[in-house]
Design a protein around this ligand. Structure first.
Ligand SMILES: [Zn+2]
Length: 453
């Protein structure tokens, strides 16, 4: 990933060359966009190294009271060549719908209602849309070999509001990548640039002590430094440049398995900036993708209520399912995010170019887990969990709360060995022997009876 977002030189260049004088004032006359200062010296930003590390130089978009923020794609095709003198490319089939879905989903994560502008004149579009997302390529525009660029909502753009919210994506053939589906290498450019437009900076850029890099990430080594606790990488943030260096994503750009949306750290910081919204309020089931699925990806779960389940049912890979939500604390591996994925991926021994998994955003409670056919490790959280051991030699730890293990079989097929609070449940050999090790759980439910531990 290379992106020009923070190159002030470029901003100055575009200010000088690109803007047509007769268009300069249109967005200035409208109510949007405006920017407001965010103080990182006190309040929640001052206490968290990741908040400071992603906060874009102390400024964010100012969202009106009705929380609506309009976006457009390729200026609603209202102009053949755009304002920077750049030429549009029509995004690949289906990509526009994917972007609309992405914004609809984001409206449920942060307290902004993203709406696609339906403006029918350029003037109306300028007056309405804050985020202007466009596709072009190097042969038609000065994208300088980058995957895309965006303008952060910065104070020095107050006098040039035409720049705020502008995003360009390089849709050129240069990269020879066909796949633009969520989870592809192309796709993460879009998420990354929208992150900039909303006010996130790179974790490897620093600007005074108040807007530092992530811990132990060097400004001079942005493509390789994963940070002190491997936090500068997918699936925790999409805002870095280490997208090929993370051990948990493909090693080449033709793969599939980067983030579908923002990572756990990104969500935490965006919610500090804009507040939280409600998502998946019913009983939601999150199915762990398999390598046979076409487009696969990492997804950070944001779920605000209901009795929810992560399931690996029918999965043949050995899985790690971890129901603990991200803490976003310094000095914790992955900034306190837990990865639910296959053991091979977690152990960094996955070969091939497909990766997948879930993380759980801070403060989210997922209650239940269902294992697959492999030898799974299933970890609960501090609430009352229900953990189903389907097959294989599973290892289950319920941690705090009143936790129940479900075994879809009759009690008589098993032998139970108890040693203090640890339990080993052995399925008799003649019945297709297997072993389930259980820690910190309070009850087992067999199909014909319950066993209180
Ligand atoms: Zn960038």
């Amino acid at each position: 990933m290379k992106c020009k977002s923070c190159k002030n030189k470029l901003i100055n260049k575009l200010k000088k060359d690109g803007m047509k004088n007769n268009e300069k004032s249109k967005r200035l006359e409208s109510n949007y966009p405006t920017v407001e200062e965010v103080n990182s010296n006190n309040g929640p930003f001052s206490k968290n190294v990741y908040a400071k590390g992603l906060l874009g130089y102390g400024w964010k978009l100012s969202i009106p009271n009705d929380r609506k923020l309009y976006y457009s794609i390729n200026y609603n095709n209202l102009t053949d060549t755009s304002y920077d003198g750049y030429e549009f490319i029509t995004p690949k089939n289906g990509l526009k719908d994917d972007i609309i879905n992405f914004f609809n989903d984001l409206s449920k994560i942060i307290n902004i209602e993203f709406i696609e502008s339906q403006a029918e004149t350029l003037n109306d579009l300028y007056n309405e849309a804050t985020l202007l997302i466009s596709f072009s390529d190097d042969s038609k525009s000065d994208l300088d070999g980058s995957y895309g660029y965006a303008y952060l909502p910065l104070a020095n753009q107050l006098n040039s509001p035409d720049l705020v919210g502008i995003v360009w994506i390089n849709h050129g053939s240069k990269f020879k990548l066909e796949d633009w589906s969520p989870g592809s290498y192309n796709w993460i450019t879009i998420v990354h640039e929208v992150g900039h437009a909303l006010g996130l900076k790179h974790p490897h850029d620093s600007y005074s002590d108040y807007y530092p890099t992530f811990p132990e990430v060097s400004e001079y080594n942005p493509y390789a430094d994963l940070g002190k606790n491997k936090e500068n990488m997918h699936p925790l943030t999409v805002m870095g440049y280490t997208d090929l260096e993370s051990p948990y994503v493909p090693k080449n750009k033709n793969g599939s398995g980067w983030c579908k949306g923002f990572g756990t750290i990104d969500i935490y910081v965006l919610q500090l900036l804009y507040g939280k919204s409600d998502k998946n309020t019913g009983d939601t089931i999150y199915t762990i993708p398999t390598l046979n699925d076409d487009s696969i990806f990492w997804e950070a779960i944001w779920d605000t209520s209901g009795n929810d389940t992560i399931t690996g049912e029918n999965h043949t890979d050995a899985l790690v399912i971890d129901l603990r939500s991200a803490t976003i604390k310094n000095n914790k591996k992955f900034a306190g995010s837990k990865l639910t994925t296959s053991k091979k991926i977690l152990n960094e021994s996955q070969t091939g170019n497909k990766f997948f998994g879930f993380t759980i955003a801070k403060s989210v409670n997922i209650e239940n887990a269902i294992g697959g056919n492999g030898n799974d490790k299933i970890l609960g959280n501090k609430s009352n969990n229900q953990i189903t051991s389907t097959a294989g030699n599973d290892l289950i730890n319920g941690f705090k709360g009143y936790d129940t293990v479900i075994i879809n079989d009759i009690f008589d097929n098993f032998i139970i060995r108890k040693k203090s609070k640890k339990l080993t449940v052995l399925k008799r050999r003649g019945k297709g022997g297997r072993r389930v090790k259980i820690k910190n759980c309070e009850k087992i439910i067999f199909t014909d009876r319950e066993y209180i531990i």
